[in-house]
Design a protein around this ligand. Structure first.
Ligand code: FES
Length: 161
């Protein structure tokens, strides 16, 4: 049974508690969606429908917010999110090469999650560390000037342990 199966499930019960707690806030939608993503790991359409109906909002409004902000995801996310910077400085210094090495090393394309659910490969605009270009971020950790596959694999290995 998937995490989203059954609206009577434990996860929906937790989400309902969150909604009850937050629904009187002036604009509860983003906060509720953040909590929903923490609970479910991502925001499939059934969860969005549940949030919409509980908050009395049109589903289009909820969907609009989920698709507008890149910290919301409609697909399952890996334990570690790898964000490769594709801002101008990083692009010039070889962000494409980093993405290609990541894709080959992880066996996924940009936007996908590895089969073991350990990594999601994603891209992001300038993270403010241009002097280290090309840059990628894993969770809270920023890595710059990774110029060889050996270095890249050593970094990924830290998260594989
Ligand atoms: S462009 Fe990549 S950190 Fe600024």
């Amino acid at each position: 049974m998937g995490v989203t199966a059954g609206k009577d499930g434990l996860l929906y019960k937790r989400l309902k508690e969150v909604i009850d707690e937050k629904k009187n806030l002036q604009d509860p939608l983003i906060e509720v969606l953040r909590e929903a993503q923490d609970i479910f790991g991502f925001l499939p359409i059934e969860v969005q429908e549940f949030v919409a109906s509980e908050l009395g909002l049109p589903i289009a409004e909820v969907y609009g917010v989920v698709t507008f902000y890149n910290f919301f995801s409609m697909v399952p996310q890996g334990k570690h999110i790898i964000n490769v910077c594709t801002g101008t400085a990083c692009y010039v210094k070889g962000a494409d090469r980093i993405i290609k090495m990541m894709e080959e090393e992880l066996g996924v394309k940009l936007g996908e999650t590895t089969k073991d659910n350990l990594f999601t490969l994603s891209s992001v605009r300038c993270v403010g560390a241009c002097s280290l270009a090309p840059v990628f971020v894993i969770g809270e950790d920023t890595y710059g000037r990774v110029d060889s596959r050996t270095k890249l694999v050593a970094i990924l290995d830290k998260y594989r342990q």
